[in-house]
Design a protein around this ligand. Structure first.
Ligand SMILES: NC(=O)c1ccc[n+]([C@@H]2O[C@H](COP(=O)([O-])OP(=O)(O)OC[C@H]3O[C@@H](n4cnc5c(N)ncnc54)[C@H](OP(=O)(O)O)[C@@H]3O)[C@@H](O)[C@H]2O)c1
Length: 330
């Protein structure tokens, strides 16, 4: 079978399409004939060698797939060969055949396309859990999202209305990405730079923001604290620059400003509480199938084009969500 193989830390020069051995599912695992796989910034973090993302080189990236069950490992119940599914493998998803834990594999509702479903297990699930779980979003809350122009940013923009609606403000790293973020559903998208906190407060009609979703490590944390409303929640969920995070604000600031700062990790939750990832995935697939949620995806036609898309993400030039087609629609 063919897979995208990253041979060593670096860039696209170390990504190859290779024929590799067909993997077999172990106990509690499922082998999936992949129709489509989602592309994520996490693939880029693995590719450039950020600590903790790759256990051994060569490495096959890919943490979300949709396709058809090919084989069941020992002890797997409730799934069947030939069934259409979406799943969150720990890696190895950008391949014609992927192995995923059965606990993170969910049947697809009838009629839902695999291209859209492939954006659900990591991207849309992260967006849902950031809002509804870590962020305790309730209808009418205002939400600030950094890196609003990417895949997670687009997923959050689609989910806020589906969860009851609220004012949605995004930030982007380059001015030319702002229009795309607004097209994807942000009320206002701002390029990060001088005077950002004031611009965010003005965009929220002078009020503090109820929920801040921040994948920028701690580089924007001062701004987050400045713009958060009393009772506000700040959720840190990434470290795009890969630099060492700075210390969190002192307890006195959190007390005095009535703020909560928390974290979210899809990978951490997949390992510690997979049922919560699977429940979120079921909910997302249901919303998509019912037409209550829509996520436009850019379909990459061939495996060989993936390194160039990873280049776009690495340079902060990606727009919205990308999925790659690997097999038949299934
Ligand atoms: N915690 C979790 O479980 C989890 C799960 C999925 C994704 N994430 C995080 O969520 C973020 C969005 O993920 P995505 O897959 O949707 O990717 P994406 O938004 O398409 O791409 C990453 C974005 O990060 C921003 N960025 C900031 N500093 C950067 C740098 N030094 N190099 C490159 N990009 C930089 C860029 O946007 P701007 O310049 O416009 O800000 C870039 O477009 C990522 O940081 C990712 O690690 C976390």
């Amino acid at each position: 079978m063919r897979a995208l193989v990253m041979t060593a830390p670096g860039g696209a020069e170390n990504s190859e399409i290779r024929e590799t051995q067909v993997p077999r599912p172990g106990p509690g695992e499922v082998a999936i004939d992949v129709s489509h796989a989602g592309l994520n910034f996490v693939d880029v973090m693995a590719r450039r060698g950020d600590p903790g993302y790759v256990s051994a080189w060569p490495y096959v990236p890919g943490i979300e797939v949709a396709g058809t069950v090919r084989a069941l490992g020992p002890g797997v119940e409730g799934l069947a060969v030939g069934q259409r599914v979406a799943a969150a493998p720990a890696g190895g998803g950008i391949a014609e055949i992927a192995i995923a834990p059965a606990a993170l594999t969910v049947p697809l509702p009838d009629g839902l396309s695999a291209a859209v479903a492939a954006a659900a297990p990591a991207g849309l699930v992260t967006a849902l859990l950031l809002l509804a779980d870590a962020g305790r979003f309730t209808a009418g809350d205002s939400v600030l999202v950094h890196s609003a122009g990417g895949g997670i940013g687009a997923a959050i923009a689609q989910l806020v209305p589906a969860l009851g609606g609220g004012r949605l403000i995004g930030t982007v790293g380059r001015p030319e990405k702002a229009a795309g973020a607004e097209r994807s559903g942000y009320d206002v998208a701002l390029a990060r730079g001088e005077g950002l906190a004031d611009a965010i407060l003005a965009a929220n009609h002078g009020r503090g923001v109820d929920l801040v979703l921040d994948p920028l490590g701690t580089t924007a944390l001062d701004v987050d604290v400045e713009v958060a409303a009393p009772g506000g929640r700040i959720v840190l969920f990434g470290n795009a620059s890969g630099t060492a995070p700075a210390p969190l604000p002192p307890a006195g600031v959190l007390l005095g400003r009535n703020l909560a700062i928390g974290g979210f990790s899809h990978r951490g939750l997949s390992a510690a509480a997979p049922h919560r990832i699977a429940a979120a995935l079921r909910r997302i697939l249901g919303l998509l199938a019912a037409g209550d949620l829509d996520l436009p995806v850019t379909e990459v036609a061939a495996l060989a084009e993936v390194p160039a898309v990873h280049d776009l993400l690495a340079a902060g030039r990606g727009e919205g969500k990308y999925v790659v087609r690997l097999g038949a629609e299934g």
